[in-house]
Write a protein that binds this ligand. Structure first.
Ligand code: SF4
Length: 273
């Protein structure tokens, strides 16, 4: 079976526990204004405007697993494994299921990074072969979720509650963009909702960074929104005050948004509540 993958990164430390290989799959049903991988949204293979760079290539399950296996020894030593991400990996559901099943059969820890906007049956089917879900929760306010991502949040919240009630392990990841979804009311809604979940292991916040705008220019895409700014140190301190860093976990700091050369900036900071 084949699917379309746009990147495979080895040695990742922010896409789940331990040292991981992250497999980025093409296609996403959302159109988030802050998207840092806008070239991942279309399921099609795309070409850059001014260079010969291509985003996406067809790969078989065995080809992907060949890459994933290369770091198996490090997974054992670090508690790591494979993370299937995107885009939105459930968009290529059969391919995703085959990859999760193959990794699981080889004793590799499996994480799936999802926006949660997929039929409930997808998550029910994934449950036996996924060790950890990295679940995006972008905005608790329904109207603004629709405005900023292009879809309503009811299905996303419903699927998360389903996973929680089924006993799945998950981390929640929330992008925060000044003025869009980071008001005190937004943070309180996020805190209050996540406090009611029994199986959340971690809440990560991802401060906005403008990397996606450069990628839009590179692939000839039009950004849906202009004028977004990165959170200031004062913003991060406010997030910190609302969400309270877990003991031993670094507080939010602006430097976290600077990625090493050649790596995608993530700016993730984690909080436990
Ligand atoms: S869900 Fe993720 S990949 Fe999809 S548009 Fe939003 S930020 Fe981009």
């Amino acid at each position: 079976m084949n699917g379309v993958v746009f990147d495979i990164k080895r040695g990742c430390v922010k896409d789940g526990p331990g040292l991981r290989t992250s497999v980025f799959m093409k296609g996403c049903p959302l159109k988030c204004v802050w998207c840092h991988n806008p070239e991942s949204q279309s399921p099609a293979i795309q070409r850059a405007v001014a260079t010969d760079e291509v985003c996406g290539r067809e790969m078989s399950v065995e080809e992907v697993m060949g890459e994933v296996r290369r770091d198996k020894v490090f997974y054992s030593a670090s508690g790591g494994g494979a993370t299937f991400t995107g885009g939105e990996p459930t968009m290529q559901f059969d391919f995703l299921m085959a990859l999760c099943g193959a990794a699981k059969a080889e004793g590799i820890h499996v994480a799936v990074d999802t926006c949660g906007f997929a039929p409930r049956e997808c998550f029910a089917a994934l449950l036996p072969c996924v060790d950890l879900f990295l679940y995006d929760l972008k905005c608790m306010d329904a109207a603004r979720h629709l405005e900023f991502t292009g879809v309503p949040n009811g299905r996303i919240i419903g699927n998360l509650e389903f996973l929680d009630s089924a006993g799945a392990k998950f981390w929640i990841r929330c992008p925060l963009v000044p003025g869009l979804n980071d008001s005190d009311a937004d943070l309180a809604a996020l805190r209050d909702f996540t406090r009611g979940l029994r199986n959340m292991e971690k809440l990560e916040i991802c401060p906005y960074h403008p990397l996606g705008l450069e990628k839009c220019a590179k692939f000839g895409l039009s950004p849906r929104y202009a004028g977004m700014s990165q959170p200031t140190a004062a913003d991060l301190a406010r997030y910190n005050a609302f969400l309270r860093p877990r003991e031993g976990c670094a507080p939010a700091r602006p430097q976290a948004m600077n990625a090493p050369a050649g790596r995608t900036a993530t700016g993730k900071e984690c909080y436990a509540i």
